[in-house]
Design a binder for this molecule. Structure first.
Ligand code: ASP
Ligand code: MG
Length: 461
């Protein structure tokens, strides 16, 4: 069971989360708990690390003090005595955090490696709070860092991936606790390199930690507790009448996560794919509601080829032009090589058939780097232009495979709202169709497309 930031945001929320885990333990289920940082703590840590790097140690220390208050208040409200093991441990962790941040300040250098060390304190500090809450409810619990739980990763700090040996290690380290009747509580989002340096798995990575553990133990199911009713047909802040999706395939949920749905880490389902372990996304506020079941098999619903519409905002388009030159395959190769070397995610790619231009959609945060890499990596006869303020909207659903008329419905919906399309792409998997459009129009576009595919109606209605 994974508990997200809002499920950990206060003593009250932590106690409720512990009761959800406890309920299953009392039913005889062996449960491993994986926790996120308290809501807002990860952003706070990133922020104070930047402050320290820029020389503003006073601000960094103020922010550490604010986080400290949150952790100590929660511990106290959960009933920890001032001389308890939990309080002692929180104090030690906060002291180490302070030292790490001071080191960044002295060096005025924040490497991806030191950023990971700092940001992982969010999860390391929430795990003892969860084990305290479980113990207070009468269970035996033991908290572990990601590394202690056996999660071994590569050295790609900030976006690390588990090494193959991880699964056996996690299985070995956790099964003893489980057979002794102890509920392990693992700090999510983090792992460790072979040298023992702390890494993180990318934002939202606690989902990924939970599925890694699920695979390692051959779990029956992985449950991701959230503050939403599972995966929705659109962002409910944008589309008021978005509905819950009952069943999604691993492929569908990956497309959704990739195209901006914040509900799961994009790689979270990858450890489950070969074993077929189901993942449930459930609402802590409504624990008896089924939420969304994510499994191998998609659910084919007649008349519902599209299951959800999502959007990524803050996108930039980079267009490479240069008549004649672009027809040479090597040139296309060097476009991709330049982007790959910078480790930039390509959200969409399109190439005109005359091969005289290639357009790439990238997150705006990476656009400057991408532009520089393209200019450095391509012949000077080629031109690279940048368009900012773009968004990518995607419709996702396995039912659009081999089904005519889906894109017509999408384009009609956009046309009737007078929305101009900048770029189009459909993967050959036919799980999604994505379009780039102006960022200012994307919310209106999302609502129109959601309505055109009648996604607010619950399935079967
Ligand atoms: N705390 C981390 C984040 O906010 C990881 C997570 O919540 O899954 O990204
Ligand atoms: Mg979070």
């Amino acid at each position: 069971m994974k508990f997200g930031g809002t499920n950990m945001q206060s003593a009250h929320a932590i106690r409720h989360s512990a009761s959800l885990a406890g309920r299953s333990v009392r039913e005889g289920v062996k449960v491993v708990v994986v926790v996120s940082a308290m809501a807002g703590v990860t952003n706070g840590l990133l922020h104070l690390a930047d402050a320290a790097q820029s020389g503003d140690i006073a601000r960094a220390n103020d922010e550490i003090a604010a986080l400290r208050t949150r952790h100590f208040t929660a511990a106290q409200e959960l009933g920890a005595a001032p001389d308890s093991e939990t309080v002692r441990e929180l104090r030690e962790l906060h002291e180490t955090l302070r030292q790490a941040v001071y080191g960044v300040y002295l060096l005025r250098e924040l490497t991806p490696r030191s950023r990971d060390l700092i940001v992982a304190f969010g999860e390391r500090l929430s795990a003892p709070l969860m084990s305290l809450a479980l113990e207070q409810s009468g269970l035996r619990a033991r908290h572990l860092t990601g590394g202690e739980a056996g999660i071994l990763t590569d050295t790609n700090f900030g976006n690390a991936r588990p090494l193959p040996g991880t699964y056996e290690r996690v299985g070995d380290r956790l099964s003893g606790f489980l057979s002794a009747g102890v509920t392990p509580v693992i700090a999510g989002f983090m792992g460790e390199t072979e040298q023992g340096a702390i890494t993180t798995l990318g934002r939202g990575g606690t989902d990924f930690s939970a599925t890694i553990v699920g695979k390692a133990l051959g779990a029956d199911e992985v449950w991701a507790w959230k503050d939403v009713d599972g995966v929705m047909s659109a962002d409910p802040r944008v589309v008021g009448d978005a509905s819950n999706i009952g069943v999604l395939s691993y492929g569908e949920v990956m497309e959704l996560a990739y195209f901006g749905a914040k509900v799961l880490h994009p790689l979270a389902v990858t450890p489950l794919q070969d074993s077929g372990i189901p993942l449930r996304v459930k609402s802590a506020a409504d624990p008896d509601f089924a939420g969304t079941l994510v499994r191998s098999q998609a659910e084919e619903i007649p008349g519902r080829p599209v299951k959800a519409v999502t959007a990524i905002k803050n996108v930039s388009l980079l267009t490479v032009t240069g008549a004649g030159v672009l027809g040479v395959p090597e040139v296309i190769a060097s476009v991709f090589t330049a982007i790959a070397r910078e480790n930039i995610t390509l959200l969409m790619v399109s190439q005109s058939s005359s091969m005289s231009n290639v357009s790439l959609a990238v997150p705006s945060a990476d656009a400057a780097r991408a532009l520089q890499a393209l200019r450095a990596g391509l012949s000077s006869e080629l031109n690279v232009e940048e368009t900012n303020g773009v968004a990518v909207l995607a419709i996702v659903g396995s039912g659009m495979r081999g089904q005519q008329g889906v894109s017509a419905r999408l384009f009609t919906a956009l046309a009737s709202e007078d929305i101009n399309i900048l770029m189009i792409s459909q993967g050959s998997s036919e799980l999604n169709i994505s379009v780039a459009l102006s960022g200012e129009e994307v919310d209106r576009a999302t609502a129109a497309v959601h309505a055109a595919f009648t996604l607010s109606q619950p399935v079967g209605a």
